[in-house]
Each structure stands twice: as C-alpha cells, then as structure tokens.
Design a protein. Structure first.
Length: 479
C-alpha cells in the first residue's frame, strides 16, 4: 500500500513542474525517515528472525527510504549542476552518475533490506547481459566512447571542432550516445560518439579561437612575381577581419608555362569570419591585380602606351574611369575629356595625400597601392577608419560641392593615383546642364554601395542640405 501510494502520487504529479515533484519526493523521504526513527528501525534491517506484519511494513518503508533517497540525491545533483552551463549541456556524466545511484539503491534494497536470494538471478542475468550486449553493441560503443571523451576531454561544450572533412561547427551538447554540433548553416548535426572516436578531431577553440587559413589564385606566368606578391599583401590590408598578428603573407607556390600559383595566408579571430573573409580577400586581390595590370598581362602593355597628343597613359585610365560609378552617365567622349586633364601623382609610404580640413575640391583615383584614412577626434586622437586600394576613388563630395575633407589620407604603401580637378567637371556641366542630376544620382549611388563607408568618412557630406542643390550652388558660383 505504501509503495502503491508513492507510485500513484508520482503519476498524479507528472503534469506538475520538476520542482513540485522534487518537493514531493523530499517530503516522502523525510516522512519515511521519521517513521524509521520512531520505530527505531535502521535503513538496513536485514533478515532477522521470522517476519511478522510489523517487520514487513518496516522493511517496505526502508526500501522506499532508499529509493526516495536516490531520487533526492539525483535531484540535488541536477540542481547543483544546472548552474554550470557546461555540465548542463554535457549530459553524459550526470546521466551515468544518476544511473549508478539508482543501481546502487536497488541493489541495497534487494540484498540488504529485503534479503532476497539473488545469486541465481545474477547468474541468469549474466547470460542475459551477453545477449543484450550483442544486440546493443553499437549503443554500448557510443556509451564507452562518450566515457573516453569525458576522461580525455578533447573538446567541451562551446568549442568549435571539425570531424575529418565532413562536419565542422560548435558543440552544443554532449550526452551518453552522441554529440550535437551546430554547423555554419544553422543546422544541428547529431554524430554518434563511436563515429567521433574514429574521426580526426581538430579543436578550433584550443588554445585560442584564432583561425589561420589561406586562399590560392593564379596569375599569368608573364606577371612579375615580386609585384604580384606585393600586391596580394596589400590586398590583405583592405580586409578588416584579417588580424595584424600573426602577419599575413603571400608566396609563390607553383611556376607554370602559362600561369603561376600564389598563396595568401591570413588569420581571423574566429572561424565564423572565415568564409566571408575569404570572399572579401579574393575580391580585393582580384581588384588590386587587375588595376595594377598583373591579372591580364596584355593590359600591362597598354599602360606603357602613351597618347600621341598628350603623352599621358590614356589606355590605362579610360577602363578605370568607365568602372567608376560617379562617371557612369558620361559618354566615351566625355570620359576621354576627363582622362586628358587628370594629374598623375605618386606617393611614398607615409606621405600625406590630403589633410583633414583641406579644400582642394579634387577627386583622387587610385591605380595601385593602399591609402590609409584616419580622423582626428577630440577624445581618441588620431583614429584609423580604414583603407582603400586600387580601383577606388575618394573625394567625390569635395569634387562636386567644394566641401572640406573630413579625414586625412596617407599612403600606406607606394601609391600611383590620378587627381581630377573640379574645373574639368565645371566645363562638362556648362556644356550639358542635365549632368547635374546625373552626378547627383551617381554620387548618391556610389556613396551607398558596399565598401564605400571609408571613402564617405573622408568627405564632409552635410546630409541636411540637398546634394543636388549643393552641386549647383558650387559650380554656379563664380570663383
């Protein structure tokens, strides 16, 4: 009857929370303890003499006392470990410990409390264990592999790991049968412990979460390897996720008759930045090589071909002007007019292109090299806001409105660039007034596209006033 009362009460309390059920177990345990203490019966009464009604029900209370004690002990262990995220998610040892506690409690009840002759049962259970072992060998392999992981601890919950070439992600749970890995695609991969034990495990979070990687790309064999390597190293400066330490580098890995292979090594703070950084680095590397004439060797020959009238390298500049969003509305003749009036400049590392507060009203187009953009702030002093490289332009708002530069541009490497004065734009606007609106639209589109945030910070673009109105006011005002 006592056992039936406990079982019925436990089933009736199933809809309630865990705390309510644990409280019920504790109350029943205290009640059983009080009964045993009142009747001066130890929890291990044994099998003394002939059993009578009183001893039988005290034996039942003692058995229930052991079972309830096991439940209270497991609940206390779970409550203690619930405050530790690692133990809460790594369920292997809590589950095995709970199983050991229940097994020990049942064994004590059968052997000491009820004094049952279980020798024959144990012999029979040995044969049954063999049968179950053969049927559950995969499950048992997972269990023992999980125990090995707990002892060796090659990874913990929260670590990022890769299993061979198949699965990579963050460990979110470890239990007695498997581990759960949150992949980069926000999927949960459930991998059995035995499979994990047979895989090549790489812990990406130990000793640090820093991840080193590389990209490989090819260039024509006729391109100068020293220039290619220098250009690729410059491309790493344009990727903010790449860490300055350890230092990134580029190397020639294979020579060929038609193309050569290069590798760029870099490091990021966490694996989650790896794929986006590779994509960004490949785009910047291609852009730097293309405008430097190293990606297509035949274009490099055109760079050295000057125009007969001006002596300037128009063949290298015209494709660059055509790629600039600011001039997307201009015709080929108008682009040629701009190319005929640009001023080439070269900068040594550390040389200042323009200073914060300057009012040159000039657009600068970078052909090769890296410019560092920095701002003087009231509280932090000089702060680097980013870098721009080949194919980029800076100063469009200053060119079109005469606004002062809001940052300082300094050459980080050897730079070749062209300067376009506002007087050239003024002649185009005087010949075609429709270009006012075209420049306004193109300037706004250029400021909105990806990777233009650094260039935007370099010019004082007052959002309170219409850009078109400022362009008209600047060019209509005689100077």
């Amino acid at each position: 009857m006592i056992l039936g009362f406990v079982l019925v009460s436990y089933i009736a309390l199933r809809p309630f929370s865990v705390r309510v059920r644990n409280l019920f177990d504790f109350v029943c345990f205290v009640g059983a303890t009080f009964i045993l203490f009142r009747h001066q019966t130890p929890p291990l009464p044994g099998n003394a003499g002939t059993a009578n009604a009183a001893s039988l029900w005290l034996h039942a209370v003692a058995g229930i006392w052991w079972l309830l004690g096991a439940r209270v002990l497991v609940a206390l262990m779970s409550f203690t470990l619930s405050y530790n995220r690692r133990w809460r998610e790594a369920r292997l040892f809590p589950d095995l410990t709970a199983a050991a506690i229940y097994t020990a409690a049942v064994s004590v009840v059968l052997i000491s409390v009820l004094a049952l002759p279980i020798g024959g049962l144990l012999a029979t259970s040995g044969v049954l264990a063999i049968v179950l072992g053969l049927a559950l060998q995969n499950t048992l392999a997972d269990v023992f592999a999980g125990i090995a992981f707990g002892i060796e601890a090659p990874f913990n919950v929260g670590d990022r790991i890769s299993l061979g070439d198949k699965t990579e992600g963050t460990v979110v749970q470890m239990n007695w049968r498997s581990i759960r890995i949150l992949t980069d695609g926000d999927d949960v991969a459930i991998v059995p412990n035995s499979v994990v034990a047979k895989s090549d495990i790489v812990n990406r979070s130990f000793p640090t979460r820093v991840r080193s990687a590389f990209i490989e790309l090819s260039c024509p064999a006729t391109s100068n390897p020293e220039r290619v390597i220098d250009t690729l190293e410059q491309a790493t400066l344009l990727c903010p996720p790449i860490l300055p330490v350890p230092v990134s580098g580029a190397a020639l890995t294979r020579l060929g008759s038609k193309e050569s292979r290069y590798r760029v090594s870099f490091s990021v703070s966490d694996t989650e930045h790896l794929s986006t950084t590779k994509n960004l680095l490949l785009r910047h590397a291609r852009r730097q090589l293309y405008y430097s004439g190293l990606y297509f060797p035949h274009a490099a020959q055109d760079i050295r071909t000057p125009d007969q009238d001006t002596g300037r390298p128009l063949h290298s500049l015209l494709p660059l002007l055509q790629d600039i969003i600011l001039f997307e509305a201009l015709e080929a003749e108008q682009l040629a007019e701009l190319a005929a009036h640009v001023n080439p400049r070269s900068l040594e590392p550390g040389e200042v292109l323009f200073a914060q507060g300057g009012t040159e009203a000039t657009l600068f187009i970078i052909v090769s090299g890296i410019l560092q953009i920095s701002q003087d702030t009231e509280y932090s002093g000089q702060l680097t806001v980013g870098f721009i490289g080949a194919g980029d332009y800076i100063g469009e708002v200053s060119l079109l409105t005469g606004a002062s530069y809001a940052a300082t541009a300094t050459a980080r490497t050897h730079c070749r660039l062209y300067g376009l004065d506002c007087n050239v734009i003024k002649r185009l606007l005087a010949a075609n007034s429709d270009l006012y609106a075209e420049f306004d639209r193109s300037a706004r589109r250029g400021l909105a596209i990806l990777n233009r945030g650094v260039a935007v910070r370099a010019t004082d673009d007052n959002g309170r006033q219409s850009l078109l109105h400022r362009i008209r006011a600047f060019f209509d005002n005689p100077r």
